[in-house]
Design a protein around this ligand. Structure first.
Ligand SMILES: O=C(O)C(=O)C[C@]1(C(=O)O)C=C[C@@H](O)C=C1
Length: 104
């Protein structure tokens, strides 16, 4: 049986390995991937912006004598993500909150 060996891509280069040798399907995949790449870039930018804003809120609150965390607010955010995305939403929310908190 032939062994398929994945070739490493150049760092920073979008992959053109579509996983199919069929030209029409391959062209469609390249097109769809272009939008996926835009979405990933937007998610990364929003993730970083949210994290910075969350840290700003935390610093503002602690500097004013408040608590570092507000668990009722965290529950509200986790519930929003769970309602929108199901069980995976809860995991996403936990990661988002962790990114904003930094190390405890
Ligand atoms: O909304 C706040 O009060 C925040 O501090 C932001 C944030 C968040 O990342 O959403 C972070 C920590 C808190 O425990 C709750 C929420």
């Amino acid at each position: 049986m032939a062994t398929v060996v994945e070739q490493p891509q150049d760092a920073g280069q979008p992959s053109q390995d579509t996983g199919t040798a069929e030209a029409t399907a391959s062209a469609a995949i390249v097109e769809i991937r272009s939008r996926i790449n835009e979405i990933d870039d937007a998610i990364i930018a929003l993730w970083k912006e949210r994290s910075a804003l969350s840290q700003q809120v935390g610093k503002t609150r602690v500097a004013s004598g408040g608590t570092r965390l507000v668990l009722s607010r965290e529950r509200e955010i986790m519930e929003k993500f769970r309602e929108a995305l199901g069980a995976d939403g809860t995991q996403v929310a936990l990661l988002l909150l962790r990114a904003g908190r930094g190390p405890l």
